[in-house]
Design a protein around this ligand. Structure first.
Ligand code: ADP
Ligand code: MG
Length: 747
C-alpha cells in the first residue's frame, strides 16, 4: 500500500509544476505522462506514430489503455461438449484457413479449429478477418451444427498465441486495438512499459485508499493489464475508475471553490418591491417548487459571492417566471439583467412573455426617453414612483424594445445596453458578440444550456467588467443525476420537481405510415381543431441542412393544406426571416393558425397552452431528448393532449426510442434511456467541449463510484482548498487532464 503522498516527509508543495519526478516510492503517473511512448522497448518511431494517431503519446497513455475484456481460460468449453445456440468461448489451434469469393462483393473466410476433443469450422463473411494457420485462437459466439459439423458464424476472434509468454496464465487480457496494433502486440508493449515503470507511485492518502477499500495504484495497473484472476481485474479496474472520476471531480471542486473564493460578485438588494409586485400580479400562484427555487436564488443573489446555479425542471414546470424574478432582483438594485436563448424564436417568445408579464404588473412600458441617463435605483426605492422596466430584444437581425413602437433599430438597442438605458435584455448569441457591452450586468440567465457550449456561458459572464455577475443556467433537458454531476459538478442545483396544477398527462400513440394509419390521424386533427384547439406537425429531421429541412416542411405544408382544406394551416422553419417567424408565432398565439407545420425550430421552449396535439413525422429519426422536448410543446394547458409518433423504424435504436416514448413521459427516465441507447460518448460530444471523454468509467454503470469520487473530491478541497498538502494530486490533475483543466480552472 502506498503511503500518503501529502504526509510523506520531504514532499513540499512547490506550486503547480506540470511534471513530477520519479520518487523513492515509485514513479507517479504524472511522471509517466512526460515519457514518450517510443521509449518503451519494442516500440519504434513507426509504431509510436501509429499509436499517437490513436491518442496514445506517453507511457501513461499506454498504461491507461486498459483491456476491453478478459478471456478466462478456465471458462473455455471443450469442443466435444460445447452447448449449441448459447454465447460461449472456445479455444484451439487453427488447422487450415480458406478464403472464398461467394459473390461479386462477398468474401467468406473459413477456419478449421481443433482443441483435441473435436473440430469446429469458423466462418466470417468479412474479408478483413486476420487468422493464421497454426495460430492459437479463442472464438466467442454461438456454436451450431451445420450439415453435421460444428460451426460458428462470425465469432469474435482473439489471438491466444502459444509463443506469447504473457498469455500462459488463466486470464487473458484483450486490449482494444489501437493505431492498427493488435491485442498481442499491445499486450507485449504494455508489459514492457509496465516492467520499466513499476512500481507506480501512490498519490492518494493511505487513509483514503483504505477507507474506500481500493487497491493501490501499482496493484491497479498490474491487475488491470495482467490479472491472475477475473476478480483481480475487477478490483484493479475499480481503482482506476475511481481515479479517473476523482480527477474530474477534483477539478470541478477546485473550480467551484475558486469561484466562491473570488468574492467579486454583487450583493443584490433582494428586499425591494419590484419582485413582490411582479409575483403578486401573476395570474397564478407559484408552485411550492418555484417558491423554493426562488428562495434559493434569492439567497445567492443577496450574497456577495457570485451565483453559479442550475435551474433544472421538466418542460412546462415554469422556469421562466423563476428566472424573471431573479432578473428583476438585479433591476430593482439598479443593475441589468440578460437572458440568452438558443434560438431567435425562443428569444422572441421570451421577450413577448416578459413584456406581457411586466405590463400586467404595471411595470411597463415606461414612457421614458431612452437617451435619458440611467437612474432606476432611485425610482424603485420609493414604491410610489415605480416607473417600469425597460426591456429590449436583441438577435442577429432583429431588435425591439418595450418603450419603442414597432421594431427598434439594432444599433440603438446596442447603445442602450451599453449606456444602461435598457434594464433587461433578451437575446441570442448576439449577446456575447464582442462589440456588445453592458453598462452594469447584474444577473445573466442562460436558457436551455445544453444548446450552448460551456464557453458561451463563461463569455456572457465576462460581459461584466471587473466583477462577476450572478449566473443562472436553465435546462429543460432532464440530465441523469450522475451526468449532471460530471457536466455541471461546479454548479449548485435548484430543481423544479412539481408541475403547475391542472396539467393533464400527454397521451402518446404510435402510428405506421406504411400501414396507412394516417387517415385516422387527420380525423383526430379535425376533431381537435373543431374543439378550438391547435395542432403542431413536426417534419422529418434533416441532419445538418436547414435548407433541405425547410424544403421538406414546405412540401408537407402544401400537402396538408390540400388534405385539411377547411383548416388554417401555417408554416414555420429556420429559413424564414425573423420577422416572418415572429409573425407566424403571433398568428399562432392569436388563434389565427389551427395547424402549424414546423421543423425543429419549435423544439425548444415554445409555449402555446392551447396547442393539444403534436404530430411528429418520422419520429424514429429524432433523438430521444428531442422527442421529449417536442412532446413538451403540448400538455401545457388545462386540456388533455396527444402526441402522435408517425414512424416506421428501420433501426433497432429507432425502435428503442419509440418504445421509450410510449413507455413514459418522465424526462429523467427518458434521459437515462437515451444515455443507454446512445452511449455517453455522444453526450460528452462537441456541445460540451472542454470535458475529456471518460476512458474507463461509465457514468451509468459506475454511478455509485462517481458519487463516492465526488464526495471525496469536494471533502478534500474543503480541507485543503489549494491542494497545498496534496501537491502530487494537483500535479497529476494538470498532467492528465491537460488543457481541459485550464478550462475547468477558469472561473
Ligand atoms: P418551462 O419550465 O418549460 O420553461 P414555462 O416557464 O414556459 O415552462 O411555463 C409553462 C407554462 O406554465 C406557461 O404557460 C406558464 O405561464 C405556466 N405556469 C408557470 N408557472 C405556473 C404556475 N405556478 N401555475 C400555473 N401556471 C404556471
Ligand atoms: Mg422554457
Amino acid at each position: 500500500m502506498g503511503r500518503a503522498a501529502g504526509t510523506r516527509p520531504g514532499t513540499v508543495a512547490t506550486g503547480m509544476t506540470s511534471r513530477a519526478a520519479a520518487t523513492s516510492t515509485g514513479r507517479p503517473l504524472s511522471f509517466l505522462t512526460g515519457i514518450p511512448v517510443d521509449r518503451v522497448k519494442g516500440i519504434g518511431p513507426r509504431t509510436a506514430s501509429r499509436l499517437a494517431d490513436a491518442g496514445i503519446h506517453s507511457v501513461a497513455d499506454l498504461l491507461l489503455h486498459v483491456p476491453r475484456r478478459y478471456l478466462d481460460r478456465s471458462q473455455l468449453f471443450d469442443l466435444s461438449d460445447v452447448p449449441l445456440g448459447e454465447e460461449v468461448t472456445v479455444g484451439g489451434t487453427v488447422l487450415s484457413v480458406t478464403k472464398r469469393r461467394i459473390s461479386r462483393n462477398r468474401t467468406m473466410i473459413e477456419a478449421v479449429v481443433t482443441d483435441g476433443t473435436n473440430i469446429l469450422t469458423a466462418v466470417w463473411f468479412n474479408p478483413y478477418v486476420k487468422v493464421r494457420e497454426g495460430s492459437e485462437v479463442a472464438l466467442s459466439g454461438k456454436a451450431e451444427r451445420f450439415r453435421g459439423r460444428l460451426q460458428m458464424k462470425n465469432p469474435d476472434l482473439d489471438a491466444l498465441d502459444a509463443q506469447d509468454s504473457l498469455v500462459t496464465g488463466r486470464v487473458v487480457p484483450i486490449h482494444p486495438s489501437a493505431g492498427g496494433l493488435g491485442p498481442a502486440q499491445l499486450r507485449r508493449s504494455i508489459h514492457n512499459a509496465l516492467t520499466r515503470a513499476r512500481p507506480v507511485h501512490e498519490v492518494l492518502p493511505a487513509e483514503m485508499v483504505e477507507r474506500l477499500g481500493l487497491v493501490d495504484r501499482d496493484r491497479a495497473f498490474t491487475g488491470v493489464h495482467f490479472p491472475g484472476t477475473i476478480e483481480d481485474a475487477d478490483r484493479a479496474r475499480r481503482r482506476l475508475v475511481f481515479d479517473e472520476l476523482f480527477r474530474l471531480e477534483l477539478a470541478l471542486a477546485l473550480r467551484k471553490h475558486r469561484q466562491a473564493a473570488d468574492a467579486t460578485g454583487i450583493a443584490h438588494d433582494t428586499g425591494g418591491g419590484l419582485v413582490d409586485r411582479f409575483v403578486t400580479a401573476l395570474p397564478y400562484r407559484l408552485t411550492g417548487a418555484q417558491r423554493r427555487a426562488s428562495d434559493e436564488i434569492s439567497a445567492d443573489l443577496a450574497d456577495p459571492r457570485p451565483m453559479h446555479r442550475l435551474l433544472q425542471g421538466e418542460v412546462g414546470s415554469g422556469k421562466t417566471v423563476v428566472a424573471a424574478a431573479a432578473l428583476l432582483t438585479a433591476v430593482q438594485g439598479g443593475h441589468q439583467g440578460a437572458v440568452m436563448a438558443p434560438t431567435e424564436v425562443l428569444a422572441g417568445q421570451h421577450y413577448l412573455a416578459f413584456r406581457e408579464l411586466l405590463a400586467s404588473a404595471g411595470l411597463g412600458p415606461p414612457l421614458v426617453d431612452p437617451a435619458a441617463p440611467a437612474g432606476m435605483t432611485s425610482l424603485f426605492s420609493n414604491g410610489d414612483h415605480v416607473q417600469g422596466v425597460r426591456l429590449a430584444l436583441l438577435t442577429a437581425d432583429h431588435a425591439a424594445a418595450n418603450f419603442v413602437a414597432g421594431a427598434a433599430k439594432r444599433s440603438d438597442v446596442v447603445d442602450w445596453i451599453a449606456s444602461g438605458s435598457v434594464d433587461l435584455v433578451v437575446g441570442t448569441h448576439s449577446l456575447i458578440q464582442d462589440a456588445l457591452s453592458f453598462a452594469r450586468l447584474g444577473v445573466a440567465v442562460v436558457d436551455e444550456q445544453h444548446r450552448f457550449g460551456v464557453y458561451q456561458r463563461v463569455r456572457l459572464k465576462e460581459k461584466a467588467d471587473g466583477y462577476d455577475p450572478d449566473l443562472l443556467i436553465m435546462t429543460a433537458t432532464p440530465i441523469p443525476r450522475t451526468l449532471a454531476m460530471t457536466l455541471y459538478g461546479d454548479l449548485d442545483v435548484s430543481l423544479l420537481d412539481e408541475m403547475p396544477p391542472g396539467r393533464m398527462p400527454v397521451v402518446t400513440t404510435h402510428v405506421s405510415r406504411t400501414a396507412g394509419d394516417e387517415a385516422g390521424v387527420y380525423d383526430m386533427v379535425r376533431a381537435e381543431v373543431a374543439a378550438g384547439r391547435q395542432v403542431f406537425v413536426v417534419c422529418p429531421l434533416v441532419e445538418d441542412s436547414d435548407k433541405l429541412e425547410a424544403a421538406s416542411a414546405t412540401a408537407e405544408f402544401e400537402r396538408l393544406a390540400g388534405i385539411l382544406a377547411d383548416i388554417r394551416v401555417g408554416l414555420i422553419h429556420g429559413q424564414l426571416r425573423s420577422d416572418e417567424k415572429e409573425d407566424v408565432m403571433r398568428r399562432l398565439r392569436a388563434g389565427e393558425i389551427d395547424v402549424l407545420v414546423a421543423t425543429t425550430v419549435i423544439e425548444v421552449g415554445i409555449d402555446v397552452p392551447n396547442a393539444t396535439m403534436m404530430i411528429i413525422e418520422d419520429a424514429d429519426r429524432f433523438g430521444l431528448s428531442q422527442l421529449h422536448q417536442l412532446r413538451g410543446r403540448v400538455g401545457r394547458g388545462a386540456h388533455s393532449s396527444t402526441c402522435v409518433l408517425v414512424a416506421d423504424p428501420t433501426t433497432s435504436e429507432g425502435e428503442a426510442r419509440i418504445a421509450a416514448m410510449l413507455a413514459t413521459t418522465d424526462g429523467f427516465r427518458l434521459a437515462e434511456e437515451d444515455l443507454r441507447i446512445r452511449g455517453q460518448g455522444t453526450v460528452f460530444g462537441a456541445r460540451q467541449a472542454g470535458l475529456t471523454d471518460l476512458k474507463l468509467a461509465d457514468i451509468l454503470r459506475d454511478a455509485e463510484m462517481l458519487v463516492t469520487a465526488r464526495r471525496e473530491a469536494f471533502a478534500l478541497v474543503g480541507r485543503d482548498p489549494d491542494l497545498r498538502a496534496h501537491a502530487e494530486i494537483a500535479v497529476e490533475i494538470r498532467s492528465i487532464l491537460g488543457e481541459d483543466v485550464e478550462w475547468l480552472l477558469r472561473s
